[in-house]
Ligand binder design. Structure first.
Ligand code: ITT
Length: 228
């Protein structure tokens, strides 16, 4: 199943994966597919509904945490479509930047930048923070990726949520061509290669997104009860 193509409803309906980020959508399917099969649900994405997603107004992601923003997105698109809706809010948190850019990861550096430009600007900010600290040995390159997943259901304020975190460190320059976003500048803990140097399956074996999806998969009984 291609996550960007319509799959049709399952015997128990359709779940909407509410992301307009193709990189995320492509990572979801290998782990989300079996969960949906277990629930008897088909998959729709923002790209398969409406006019490539352009028909939908975009919510204001003004939460303070990944979980708050994922809930804003899930409730927003669930309200618009009436479908059970899964949303992902995620980002990169750098120790040297006090946890930033965090929930601002997608907007870091301002509008209109490419992923590569954003990543380069983030590395510049990191180097400046290290120099400004005057303690390069103590102010490290530690960082983590976090994903919050939220499932919302029409007619209910209640949501279900799961999180995943991948710890590592910032690379000194962008390397690699796989993945998306900040993958070329992040090296998972215990490794030497950036996420962008890893094959998609290798990233999916350890990533923050896959950890959140695994937590979701282990919660299938609660999801069934939630969906009714
Ligand atoms: P949606 O809200 O439509 O899902 P988005 O790209 O705006 O798409 P977010 O608000 O969650 O999503 O922003 C997360 C940003 O953090 C994203 O644009 C990437 O730059 C970065 N990011 C998240 N997960 C990542 C990953 O696995 N690898 C690299 N960068 C990632």
């Amino acid at each position: 199943m291609d996550p960007l193509q319509p799959a049709g409803p399952g015997p128990r309906g359709t779940l909407l994966l509410a992301t307009s980020n193709e990189g995320k959508a492509r990572e979801f399917l290998p782990l989300l597919g079996p969960i949906l099969d277990g629930l008897g649900l088909g998959l729709a994405t923002l790209a398969t509904l409406g006019d490539g997603g352009r028909a939908f107004p975009v919510p204001e992601e003004d939460g303070q945490t990944f979980a708050e923003n994922a809930a804003i997105k899930a409730r927003h698109y669930c309200g618009l479509t009436g479908l059970p809706t899964l949303a992902d809010d995620s980002g990169l948190c750098l120790e040297a930047l006090g946890g930033g850019p965090g929930v601002l990861s997608a907007r870091f550096g301002g509008p209109g930048l490419s992923d590569g430009q954003r990543a380069a600007m983030l590395l510049d900010n990191l180097e400046a923070a290290i120099v400004a600290s005057g303690k390069p040995g103590r102010l490290g390159r530690g960082a983590f990726f976090e994903t919050a997943l939220v499932l919302a259901l029409g007619g209910s304020r209640k949501t279900l949520s799961w999180t995943g975190r991948l710890h590592g460190r910032m690379a000194s320059s962008p390397i690699g061509s796989h993945g998306f976003g900040y993958d070329p500048i992040f090296v998972p803990r215990g490794g030497r290669r950036t996420l962008a140097q890893m094959a998609p399956e290798a990233k999916n074996a350890i990533s923050h997104r896959s950890l959140a999806l695994r937590a979701m998969a282990s919660d299938i009984g609660r999801i069934r009860a939630f969906l009714g």
